[in-house]
Design a protein around this ligand. Structure first.
Ligand SMILES: *Cc1c(COP(=O)(O)O)cnc(C)c1O
Length: 354
């Protein structure tokens, strides 16, 4: 059979077996009658496994879930890195990843997302983020994975912006995928969640063990909310990408610094089109200053100020307010699932374009 489409894959990844409910139900137990697969809720849980099976099948590896994206990233970093190791990080990657390692006895080498990257000789881990956030630059996962492996380093990709449907880093040679499912995967702005998917069962075992020992585990109810969200990821991404494309068309030539890797005239397009499977709803642009962003947000009726992305609702975030090293007026806009013509009309009005 040909490979199934994304809609079929996400729906059936969360649909349960014949005779079971459609979709795993949350199991809240702490202790189990001994003799079955589960014995204690910190070590394993059937609701986690349902989501881990779904995400693992979409990404082509073994998934371990965590209570937030940062819990996934920090556990990955603590598990893979030892004192004295060297880590390569993108300078425009998620700011808390940088902050977390600043508290570890690890040497950090930063590189712009699009490169050039330093030699990976002596490096233990390369943690890429592509498309990066908020710059939306893209790097070549396959060639960087090859360079990392040639130097004996592991390569991980923060796949939050792309989503499991938008990009499969393990197929491109990465050893690990890490993601915040708080964003598009859960998709409804009502839960924090994260996961790591490993190409090797050995790395997945070490991450699971670290989760059990560390004790910071996802709640079964939250896990179930992510399963609910995942089933409609294809539908939501499709509308969000359509909205982002329409907003890109509206804004082109009228705002500075416009970036959306799905646009053929974007500097990242050729690489993005080669290694990504589809695009998403996140775009970035610059208004003259913080006040102009404030005016835009107060005039818009459909775009809300919020510091997350990938959700059902259109949101915009002025990243400089959080300390990102970007211009004061840089906006990351996350196109939601509203009707395209409504969103375009609203943004056009709010920016005074008509
Ligand atoms: C949001 C985000 C995280 C952190 O995830 P949380 O679920 O908020 O802990 C990590 N990486 C990227 C790229 C993100 O956007």
């Amino acid at each position: 059979m040909n490979e199934l489409g994304d809609g079929t894959r996400v729906v059936h990844s969360v649909s349960g077996a014949p005779g079971d409910p459609f979709g795993a139900q949350p199991v809240f137990a702490s202790a189990y009658h001994l003799g079955g697969q589960d014995y204690y809720g910190r070590a394993g849980n059937p609701t986690w496994r349902a989501l881990e099976t779904a995400l693992g099948s979409l990404e082509g590896g073994e998934c371990v879930v965590f209570p937030s994206g940062m819990a996934a990233i920090s556990t990955l970093l603590r598990t893979v890195l030892s004192a004295g190791d060297t880590l390569v990080l993108p300078s425009d990657g998620y700011f808390l990843s940088r902050k977390f390692v600043s508290g570890m006895d690890v040497e950090v080498v930063e590189a712009p997302t699009a490169g050039p990257y330093p030699s990976f000789e002596g490096v233990r881990l390369v943690l890429l983020e592509t498309p990066s956030n908020p710059g939306l630059d893209v790097c070549d996962i396959a060639s960087l994975a090859e360079a990392a492996h040639a130097a004996g380093a592991l390569l991980a990709v923060d796949n939050t912006t792309a989503t499991p449907l938008g990009q499969r880093p393990l197929e491109l040679g990465a050893d690990l995928v890490v993601a915040s499912d708080t964003k598009a995967v859960a998709g409804h702005s009502d839960v924090l969640f994260g996961h790591v998917t490993a190409a090797s069962a050995e790395l997945a075992d070490r991450l699971r063990e670290a989760r059990t020992v560390n004790g910071a585990i996802p709640g079964p109810f939250e896990t179930w909310l992510v399963l609910r969200g995942l089933g409609t990821l294809d539908l939501r991404l499709e509308r969000q990408a359509k909205n982002a494309e329409a907003l890109h068309r509206l804004l082109k030539g009228r705002v500075a610094g416009l970036r959306w890797p799905g646009a053929p005239d974007d500097p990242a397009y050729l690489l993005a089109a080669r290694q990504m499977r589809r695009f998403n709803g996140v775009l970035t642009f610059e208004l003259p200053d913080a006040a102009a962003v404030g005016d835009f947000l107060s005039r818009s009726e459909l775009v809300s100020a919020a510091t997350s992305f990938g959700g059902l609702h259109s949101t915009a975030d002025r990243r400089a307010q959080w300390g990102d090293p970007v211009p004061e007026g840089l906006v990351r806009l996350s196109a939601g699932c509203e009707d395209t013509h409504d969103l375009v009309a609203d943004v056009s009005h709010a920016l005074g374009l008509n």
